[in-house]
Design a binder for this molecule. Sequence first.
Ligand SMILES: Nc1ncnc2c1ncn2[C@@H]1O[C@H](COP(=O)(O)OP(=O)(O)OP(=O)(O)O)[C@@H](O)[C@H]1O
Ligand SMILES: [Mg+2]
Length: 442
Amino acid sequence: MACPFSVVVAIDFGTTSSGYAFSFTQDSEAIHMMKRWEGGDPGVANQKSPTCLLLTPDLRFHSFGFAARDFYHDLDPEEARHWLYFDKFKMKIHSTSDLTMETELEAVNGRRVRAIEVFAHALHFFREHALKEVKDQSSSVLEGEEIRWVITVPAVWRQPAKQFMREAAYLAGLVAPDCPEQLLIALEPEAASIYCRKLRLHQVIDLSLQPITNGLDLEGSQPFDSSDRYIVADCGGGTVDLTVHQIEQPQGTLKELYKASGGPYGAVGVDLAFEAMLCQIFGEDFIQSFKAKRPAAWVDLTIAFEARKRTAAPGRANALNISLPFSFIDFYKRHRGQSVEAALRRSNMNIVKWSSQGMLRLTQEAMNELFQPTIINICGTITLDLPEPLPLPGAVGGAGGGGPERREIRATMQFGDTEIKVTAVDIMSNRSVRASIDFLSN
Ligand SMILES: Nc1ncnc2c1ncn2[C@@H]1O[C@H](COP(=O)(O)OP(=O)(O)OP(=O)(O)O)[C@@H](O)[C@H]1O
Ligand SMILES: [Mg+2]
């Protein structure tokens, strides 16, 4: 069937950052990524733009991304209180159990707006940006209906959340509600999976792990296809989910072998833990009033934390410095009549120290503590049930050719920087067993 669309624009609407890419159906392998936008943060490499939206005091769209953040940042604190700034708002859609088109979101200043409008403003912004870029790249004049739009959503989102995204896209004018097929709501891990299919094996497997590759010809670097099964671990800012996929032959389509499992255990959990730690040291009421009265400085502090967060690693022994904005130090002194250094001492937080250069020094223990709740959630909750029986460890094939005795094993995977730890439990006896999983052939 001939494709009625001449261009596909896909929007990756992320919790912390978002972006889009497009390709012309005539040359679908040539993917055009969103052009780098102005702005960016020290110490942080970014291909996407932060998912931040700024509305004027009379609720009109003002800006999105770095522009929104920087404009809000530079507003006079008195004036900023009237503006509506939203960031990291995507997860609200997942966490709201009775999500409707009337569900509201709260801006930093406490004012509430219908969530669907917030999403629609953001999508509309991407629409404008993408259309401009598509038109710049296209030799012919494009009609609106020639464009297919794709919006990716986490695999663990329930139907109402997916429908919400669709409605937001209608409201944003991406497509008309009477042309629903012009908009595809795709699952993030499926998009990732399709991308991985295009990779060559040597790009997927760490070549230093030769022994586990079971003689596969990595040198030849064949495409990642045939009927390989693989796990897609999609670790984002908002959600982490695992899916097992297989490529079906000969048609080359993607089959979901095991349903996505996971949840809202993304990396923003670490940011929330940092905020909770600040509340513990300086008092929750102080942090709340600092955020409301000195929004710009709060943004600075979160940017400083983001850069340090990315350099944290389990094996790192030295402390990480996070510079406290001058206005934090000053605001604290004025409100509490004492220095931040005194607050730190009084809090008995031995794992956070004060450096005379105006920095919080987060020791290795402190960093571990910030990551731990998120990591525990990921490890503890994401379990892949492999319903297909695996051989009982140690079992040998029966003499009569009946094959090895097979038992059902539940495997839990823990993802580290470079390794995956697997723990396995024999479902019948509920005992831990040793299991080795060959990620390549099975
Ligand atoms: N090296 C790193 N160490 C720790 N955290 C990191 C690192 N690099 C990125 N992050 C975190 O990952 C998150 C961003 O990831 P990503 O862009 O995939 O999320 P997203 O697309 O915005 O979220 P989602 O897809 O879940 O909605 C941020 O919270 C960021 O702090
Ligand atoms: Mg994402």
